[in-house]
Design a protein around this ligand. Structure first.
Ligand code: UDX
Length: 440
């Protein structure tokens, strides 16, 4: 099928590439001409495992093309996917101006029937607005349908999430459009859930909010574990083995970050308020999340007394492992706070250092070439992102290079017993039993 993806960011680029890889003829459109040019040369602006070779393969096979012309996009695709940013506004509500602009642009070039798909994460009822906008700006009598088809990809495993999805959600009210959407997804082996547009839009916000709720649940438990002298890892293993609960997304830590959860939870709160049914549970999810970083900083201050002029090693800057994305990264917030209190930070991240250097805080810290180099001479080590290589650290070597053996493990990557045996004072999240135990 001929498909057009409008917006070649994280979602658009990965979706378009995977569609091409299953055999569709895909045109990815973006209004950033520099980006389009570099994509045409096979250069990917993000680090996403498996994506770059897949882009190259499908460009070479002539199934994947890039353009900055929306007119060409509307002409090319039987189905037009809108995958433009939906950034948050100051009050948490979603800025839909990019979606609205694309709807007007599509309308301008629409000559014959097209399915217009909302792929971006949008508030419930956006589909109705998109349809209304296209109708208003299109030539009289031209036919189209609007469909909601939310994405559920995670950064770091985006290609796999797209190729082997848990489910495909298609929301629409026209048989003609739904039949075309079924055809788009025919090559994918996954259950397809067909709903009305509003339900499909809600599924996306409801899913992300529930995942964030699970994380905040584990984080709230971590606080109780610290005070009660229990280990949150054991508690979540104990509850997660219940199939009704599930172990995924119950890792306590510094809290969730990234370009989706913080934004989507804030948006869902705003949407529920606009609908007149405030989702107050989600406010608690947010505040538990914020409390994690505050509690962690308190623990660092408590141990180090004064942060000013302290030499601190920070492992991890990305908002999670397997990505170079530092948007709304809790690791970055933590570094900003440490720097604001006068600490000298040397950071290391396997992928995110280039992006971190571009941030204001990037000029105020040092960057090391390896995790061990960052720890050299440090008065404490702080682990802020869950990269697997940090969990595999050689503790004996770390003990040799670090100045004072203090570890603050914001992602519970290390075993407290092993760290203690190597002479470290270890503090994880919600690990009450070992929290203050030292080898002395
Ligand atoms: C998320 C959703 O998972 C995905 O379905 C949606 O399409 C987009 O938003 P993403 O933001 O890429 O994906 O990352 P995710 O793996 O969900 O992690 C989000 C944050 O939660 C990270 O900061 C991560 O460190 C944190 N997290 C995750 C925890 O603190 N504990 C966990 O148990 C899981």
């Amino acid at each position: 099928m001929k498909l057009t993806i409008i917006g070649s960011g994280y979602v658009g680029l990965t979706t378009g590439t995977c569609f091409a890889d299953v055999g569709h003829q895909v045109l990815c459109v973006d209004n950033d001409e520099r980006k389009v040019k570099s994509l045409q040369e096979g250069k990917i602006p993000i680090y996403e495992p498996g994506l770059e070779p897949l882009v190259r393969k499908n460009v070479a096979a002539r199934r994947l093309r890039f353009s900055s012309s929306i007119e060409e996009g509307v002409d090319h695709g039987e189905v037009l996917f809108i995958a433009v940013p939906t950034p948050p506004q100051d009050d948490g509500s979603v800025d839909l101006s990019f979606v609205e602009k694309v709807a007007r642009e599509i309308a301008q070039y629409l000559d014959s029937y097209r399915v217009v798909v909302d792929k971006s994460t949008v508030p419930v009822k956006t589909g109705e607005r998109v349809a209304q906008t296209i109708r208003r700006y299109a030539k009289p009598g031209v036919e189209f349908d609007v469909v909601s088809n939310p994405e559920f990809l995670r950064e770091g495993s985006a290609v796999e999430d797209l190729m082997k999805p848990d489910r495909i959600v298609i929301g629409g009210n026209s048989d003609r459009a739904l039949a075309l959407m079924q055809k788009v997804y025919e090559p994918f082996v996954a259950p397809v859930l067909v709903t009305d547009i509003n339900s499909a839009e809600l599924i996306k916000h409801a899913a992300n909010s529930f995942l964030a709720l699970k994380i905040s649940y584990a984080n709230a438990l971590s606080e109780i574990c610290e005070v009660a002298g229990a280990d949150v890892l054991k508690v979540v293993d104990g509850i997660g083995t219940d199939k009704r609960i599930g172990r995924a997304f119950l890792n306590a830590g510094l809290g969730y970050g990234g370009s989706c959860f913080p934004k989507d939870i804030a948006a869902f709160i705003a949407i529920s308020e606009q609908l007149g049914v405030p989702f107050s549970l989600l406010k608690e999810v947010q505040s538990i999340n914020q409390r994690q970083i505050t509690r962690f900083l308190d623990a660092i201050r408590e141990a180090l007394w004064v942060l000013k002029d302290k030499q601190l090693a920070v492992w991890g800057l990305a908002f999670k492992s397997n990505t170079d994305d530092v948007r709304s990264s809790v690791a970055i917030s933590l570094v900003e706070k440490l720097v604001a209190e006068g600490a000298n930070v040397t950071a290391y991240d396997p992928q995110a250092m280039e992006k971190a250097k571009e941030l204001p805080v990037g000029s105020k810290i040092k960057f090391a070439n390896s995790a061990m180099e960052a720890a050299e001479g440090a008065e404490a080590l702080i682990i802020a992102t869950e990269w697997p290589e940090f969990a595999a650290v050689d503790l004996a070597k770390l003990r040799e290079v670090i100045r004072t053996p203090l570890i603050f493990d914001g992602r519970n990557l290390l075993d407290p017993g092993s760290a203690t045996n190597f002479g470290f004072q270890y503090r994880g999240i919600g690990r009450g039993i070992n929290a203050e135990r030292t080898a002395e």
